[in-house]
Design a protein around this ligand. Structure first.
Ligand code: CUA
Length: 381
């Protein structure tokens, strides 16, 4: 709405209103000034200002309550649990405060002007044209605000996606439709859906995709960075509190995008080391009972074509998750559901019914076959 020559003044001056000037407004301008309305004055104006400020304060207060309420949910970004999440949070807080001031100012002014200059019987609008000082202020002020937001934003993006500290561990995270794979190349461990990390140790996460664009996001630990096919991104962070954190794919990646989740478990160093040791052990293929039947079915039904089970030499597929330690995972089906026998049965009965678009097809397994597969899969601790 800025800096266009005003047809009303015809002198090449810039116009504050930039409204389309009609013959009627020109006529209005030519009316004696006594008939022009400049809005309420005196006590009326004061009341309008007070009412506007009160309404603004109530609105901002309600928004703050909603904000505080939302800060205690599992996907919150307001409770940073890593160094880099805290940096992101600090930038966000700065932007939130600046935006809040702008919001409150614009809302209060809009309300006040609406009350003060509202239409009244017989009153005509006073047209005012050109105010260079105001125009310069409202052009430069937003520029200044954007600069104040942009500088720390770019700094934090560069820091959190740049080189990780020397003592980092490395995890290669790969997005698949629709599950996350995590490879610990330093340890030779591969897992899915559950990401285990030691506390107070920086982790460098290398981000890749096996098919379409996904995005890695753990609201309490890291910002969002895309996982792009044929391109490697990275981010790093240092989790500072043991606990369980929710992760989520944050880039629409087709049908089951919303079902593409993961969990991050931050452990003490001792617990993390114990977890790594347990993961390093190959599986032992059961030789008797229901689990042995299940192991046989795992081959006969073609599961080996898509899944790797270290210790089972013919199970070397790479389409689906590595299942070597499936029994030790907390979630299944891309972390959609808890890893319970009930959910596993539901999954094996008809995967696409549970996770629409699932690459794992309905194998039309009988209940007896499912019994065997469940026994085998839970033997893989
Ligand atoms: Cu992967 Cu959305």
């Amino acid at each position: 709405m800025l800096l266009l020559p005003c047809r009303a003044t015809r002198a090449g001056r810039v116009c504050v209103c930039n409204a389309r000037v009609t013959r009627r407004t020109l006529q209005a301008r030519e009316l004696p000034s006594t008939e022009d309305a400049v809005g309420r004055s005196g006590p009326g104006r004061l009341i309008a200002i007070v009412v506007s400020l009160v309404l603004t304060a109530v609105t901002v207060g309600l928004m703050y309550v909603a904000f505080v309420d939302s800060a205690d949910t599992p996907q919150t970004t307001y409770q940073a649990m890593s160094d880099n999440a805290q940096k992101t949070q600090d930038v966000y807080t700065l932007i939130f405060i600046l935006a809040g001031i702008v919001f409150a100012g614009v809302m209060a002014a809009t309300l006040a002007f609406s009350f003060i200059f509202r239409e009244r019987e017989g009153a005509k609008a006073l047209q005012i044209h050109g105010n260079s000082k105001l125009e310069v202020i409202w052009t430069l002020l937003p520029v200044l605000i954007v600069v104040v937001m942009a500088v720390p934003t770019f700094q934090v993006i560069a820091e959190t996606t740049g080189d990780a500290p020397e003592n980092s561990i490395t995890v290669r995270a790969t997005g698949h439709q629709w599950w996350f794979q995590f490879e610990y190349e330093d340890y030779g461990v591969v897992t899915a859906s559950d990401l285990h990390l030691p506390v107070d140790v920086p982790v460098r996460v290398i981000l890749e995709s096996g098919d379409v664009i996904h995005s890695f996001w753990v609201p309490q630990l890291s910002g969002k960075v895309d996982m792009v096919p044929g391109h490697t991104n990275q981010l790093w962070f240092t989790p500072n509190t043991p606990g369980e954190y929710l992760g989520q794919c944050a880039e629409f990646c087709a049908l089951s995008h919303a079902n593409m989740r993961f969990r991050v478990f931050v452990h003490t160093q001792a617990d993390f080391d114990a977890w790594v040791q347990a993961q390093l052990a190959p599986s032992v293929t059961p030789t008797e009972g229901l689990a042995a039947e299940g192991a046989n079915l795992f081959t006969m039904k073609g599961c080996i074509g898509c899944h790797t089970v270290r210790g089972n030499d013919i199970a070397m597929g790479v389409v689906g998750p590595d299942l070597t330690h499936f029994g030790s995972r907390t979630r299944l089906a891309g972390a959609m559901v808890p890893n319970t026998e009930e959910e596993l049965r539901r999954w094996l009965t008809n995967p696409p019914a549970m996770k629409p678009g699932s690459i794992m097809p309905n194998l039309n397994l009988t209940p007896a076959e499912i019994d065997g597969l469940v026994a085998y899969l839970y033997s893989l601790k």
